[in-house]
Design a protein around this ligand. Sequence first.
Ligand code: CUA
Length: 273
Amino acid sequence: MLKYVGIEEKRVLLSAIGVLTFSAGVLAYLYWGRGVDLPGCVTDVAPYQEASVKRLGDQQVEVKYLAKMWAFEPAEIQVKPGTELLIYLHSADVNHGFHIDGTNVNLMAVPGAVNFAKLKVTREGDYPIVCHEFCGAGHQNMAAVIRVRESAGPDAIIPVPLAQSAAPSGGSQKSKLTPIVAAQAQKLLATKGCIGCHSADGKVLVGPSFQKIFGRAEKLSDGSEISVTEEYLRESILDPNKKIVSGFQPLMPKLPLADDELETLISYLKEQK
Ligand code: CUA
């Protein structure tokens, strides 16, 4: 059959075959020669709607990450050096990126599919995770972290203070929250994605800052003025786009929140005054 092919075509064919063979060779070398895990789409794990962290053995932890606008769940885990992480990734809404800084783990979170990568963490320190796929207004705040510590507890999960940015502002006012409620609230703020859009330090992100929010006078987009009460907070969480603070866009999604989670968030927000 090759006799019907001209010199030029032959040359093109040969170089195409050459490039293909070379690429396959590089992949094979990385996989077998260098032990690099090629991230792949896994088909034996069904898409899930809840993130989870599970210890599989002394040195192995399975993490099912859920990416959603605009947070990763779990936002933070803590493991000992030498742990092998089996990382699953799924998206609850749009496409998100997932890159673990300082490693070759680079995945896409895709709705309808679960992706997988393996990572052995050897050095102590923080491995930040960022979203590298533009996914909307809160994209640049979408991050998580893997903390590798000799002191890590057995369950790999950090129950208390998550993102620094969600910490209550200032130490001057006395908080009426018990430490447990405060910790639960901060965990919710991180895992439900609140801190992707609402800062705790007054910085204006996608939505109004939580700093001193309680009792604050807000001008709404319809020109009216309100002061932030418990009732307003409740309404704004349950029906986020009913009233929009002037200067902001109606972007907040309705969150799947249990009743007690709603109460926890409200009691936290009431302390931000
Ligand atoms: Cu998620 Cu960008």
